[in-house]
Write a protein of this length. Structure first.
Length: 310
């Protein structure tokens, strides 16, 4: 058994809170092991001016963490699962996911709910998925691109630059800022990003001992949910800019998966769901993807790839 484990994390306040929550669980289960956190700056952290959906490659918040894993500088990486591409280098492995917090999106405003905002109000988001869903729900609002950590985004609302911003409920919960939430946005209109609300633990594939240690943190229902969601994303070919959303929900032995694909410019949206056994989440995700592709999502994906390639 290792005597020391080095955990890699992005350096933001939220990322460190997430990493420390994983570290605390490892220490509790293995009090004899020294666990330390190594802050790593990612490409997504360095470039705060480019819209995330326009960045040249996927995995902009995990690439440097994976490089640190591969080089041996860290033993384990903690990611927001929604930042992880569906394809992982063969030398690395996703070994566990923590219990998912509230997967919903939330509105942070001056206190108004989404329906109460004046027409023409400026709403900030760095997510094309959120922008599309907001445009469908309130087409009279001005959707604006925004970057920066949660503190920066909230400050722009407080300063009046934006009437509101849309963030992940889980982020606000982990920061202890739930009282700042103006509204939890309904899933009927705002389906979350794949994996939203869960944390991913990634290790080197050949480090079986550490994988076993991390596996003790794995939350099985969350694992089943996100496996279905990631299979859905992968089967759609979701490495491009297409706005895609999915949410799996385990109830006993049954898993329900809801999925959405939209045009890049948000004029058309396809949404459907499937139910199946919680023991075969991969199969369920692929089945829902094929269903949406047959409904016309293939055209949306082709459009997104074309748009991405200029």
């Amino acid at each position: 058994m290792k005597g020391r484990i080095v955990v890699g994390s992005r350096g933001s306040r939220l990322a460190m809170i997430q990493a420390e929550s994983v570290v605390a669980q490892i220490r509790e289960a293995n009090p004899h092991i020294e666990v330390v956190v190594n802050k790593i700056i990612t490409g997504g952290d360095r470039d705060r001016h480019i819209q995330l959906d326009h960045m040249s490659s996927i995995g902009v918040f995990i690439k440097e963490l994976e490089e640190a894993l591969l080089s041996g500088r860290i033993d384990l990486a903690v990611h927001s699962l929604k930042d992880m591409p569906t394809e992982i280098p063969p030398e690395l492995a996703l070994v566990a996911v923590t219990e998912r917090l509230d997967p919903r999106d939330v509105l942070i405003s001056g206190g108004q709910k989404l329906a109460e905002l004046a027409s023409g109000s400026r709403i900030g988001t760095g997510s094309l998925r959120r922008a599309v869903q907001l445009g469908i729900c309130r087409p009279d609002l001005e959707v604006c691109n925004i970057r920066g950590n949660v503190d920066t985004r909230l400050r722009k609302v407080a300063d009046g630059e934006f009437a509101g911003v849309i963030l992940a409920a889980a982020a606000m919960q982990r920061l202890g800022w739930e009282e700042k939430i103006s509204e939890y946005l309904p899933l009927d209109y705002f389906l979350p990003a794949v994996g939203q609300g869960a944390l991913a633990i990634e290790t080197r594939s050949d480090d079986k001992e550490l994988a076993e240690t991390a596996a003790l943190l794995n939350h099985r229902p969350t694992w089943q949910n996100i496996t279905a969601e990631r299979a859905f994303l992968s089967a759609l070919g979701g490495g491009c800019r297409a706005p895609i959303a999915a949410l799996g929900t385990v109830n006993g032995s049954t898993l329900k998966l809801e999925g959405m694909v939209a045009e890049v410019r948000g004029k058309k949206v396809l949404r459907s769901s499937e139910e199946g056994s919680a023991t075969t989440p991969q199969k369920l995700g692929e089945k829902l993807a094929q269903k949406l592709l047959a409904m016309g999502a293939a055209e949306f994906m082709a459009e997104a790839k074309k748009d991405e390639n200029g």
